[in-house]
Design a protein around this ligand. Structure first.
Ligand code: ZN
Length: 119
């Protein structure tokens, strides 16, 4: 599972491609399997704000690794696929992801994700 991006043969790929749906910039990372994943541009969240299976960590060699169903320490911050918060997708569950989706959708005038202890 997960959206991957594979460059066409013989074409130059931009280092920061745009989402084909909403045209927002994304960060492209190579995975350990010679494929590419498009992650939300320059944004990371605490692991507990991202569903298991959608959490990506960037290794020291610059490659992205999906942590699968592994439990991560609460202090771990991780990356996540843009498509979760793409305004052309359905709104995600989860307060923080939903806030990001609303921000990307232009519903929220600015990004102001609620603090974990708020409410
Ligand atoms: Zn998008």
């Amino acid at each position: 599972m997960g959206v991957t991006y594979e460059p066409d043969d013989g074409t130059t790929t931009a280092p920061t491609p745009h989402c084909p749906e909403c045209e927002f910039l994304q960060d492209r990372y190579e995975t350990g399997h010679g494929r590419y994943i498009l992650l939300e541009f320059r944004r990371e969240l605490p692991s507990y704000d991202v569903p298991a299976g959608q959490r990506w960590l960037i290794r020291s060699d610059g490659k992205a690794v999906n942590t699968g169903e592994a439990e991560l320490p609460a202090t771990t911050r991780c990356r996540f696929p843009h498509r979760i918060v793409c305004p052309c997708s359905n709104p995600p569950s989860g307060t923080t992801l939903r806030a990001l989706w609303e921000y990307n959708s232009g519903v929220a005038p600015r990004l102001d994700p609620p603090a974990a202890e708020a409410g």
